[in-house]
Every structure is written in structure tokens, then in C-alpha cells.
Design a protein around this ligand. Structure first.
Ligand SMILES: [Zn+2]
Ligand SMILES: [Zn+2]
Length: 139
């Protein structure tokens, strides 16, 4: 099943030609600010499985090694790339149109989790979790 994503206004769209490699929470301050969520959830797709990014404006970057794309019209966050997880594109869960069968399996920056977010027993990392994130590959 091909999944897709769209922004709030509908002007910016992404299409994915394969399933995500992984779905994770990120509790870091930057991802919370960028998404506006108390706990950000992302699906990571292989860069090569993302179509539509070239139609968007330039990435915004306010931290070294991080690039983030938003809709130029409505500002919705749509995709982020992190140099420390090469070849993966991180899409906020809330802009994905059909999330059937997708659920997070890992917590990044677990030590930053709001204490009212219920414990779910998932593995996590007190930090970026880059080793675990980089281990995800298409079988
Ligand atoms: Zn938009
Ligand atoms: Zn983060």
C-alpha cells in the first residue's frame, strides 16, 4: 500500500513508494517545537522512497546537521533529515494520511519524556538513539 502525506492547507504533498523503516517517538525540545506536539512521533522512510520533496521550498535549518521542510503556504511540518541518520527522511506522524498498521516502537530522548505520558514498555534511548535508528533498514 502506498502511503502519502499532506499539509494542513493541502498545497504540499508527499508520496511514499515503500513502507516506513520505523516509527518512533522523539521527546527532544526541537522536535516538540517543530511539530507543536507534547511528544513528537515520526515515521522514517528511506530517502529514495519519498516523492514530492523537490516541489517544496528550501529546507530550514536552525541546528547543525538538521534540515526541516515545512509547507510554504500554511507552515505545516512535513519532513526532516538528520545527518546522524543518513538516508532516512522523518515525517511527522500527524501529516501522514493513512496510518493504518503503523505505531511507534522506540523512544528517542526518553529522559525528556513528560512524566504524564504513560509508560508503554517500549525500548528507548536517553539521547538521539542513533545506533538503533541507523540499524533500521529495508530487509
Ligand atoms: Zn500547506
Ligand atoms: Zn527530536
Amino acid at each position: 500500500m502506498a502511503r502519502s502525506a499532506r499539509c494542513y492547507c493541502g498545497q504540499s504533498r508527499l508520496a511514499f513508494t515503500a513502507e516506513p523503516l520505523q516509527v518512533i517517538y522523539c521527546h527532544c525540545d526541537d522536535c516538540r517545537r517543530w511539530t507543536g506536539a507534547a511528544a513528537a512521533v515520526f515515521a522514517a522512510f528511506s530517502d529514495e522512497d519519498v516523492a514530492g520533496l523537490s516541489d517544496m521550498g528550501p529546507a530550514r535549518s536552525f541546528a547543525e546537521g538538521v534540515a526541516r521542510w515545512n509547507c510554504d503556504d500554511c507552515g505545516s511540518p512535513l519532513l526532516a533529515r538528520f545527518d546522524y541518520v543518513p538516508d532516512q527522511s522523518w515525517v511527522p506522524f500527524g501529516v501522514i494520511e493513512d496510518t493504518t498498521g503503523l505505531a511507534p516502537g522506540f523512544h528517542c530522548f526518553a529522559d525528556r519524556r513528560h512524566d504524564w505520558v504513560p509508560a508503554d514498555g517500549l525500548p528507548g534511548s536517553n539521547g538521539t538513539g542513533r545506533d538503533a535508528l541507523n540499524a533500521a533498514r529495508h530487509g
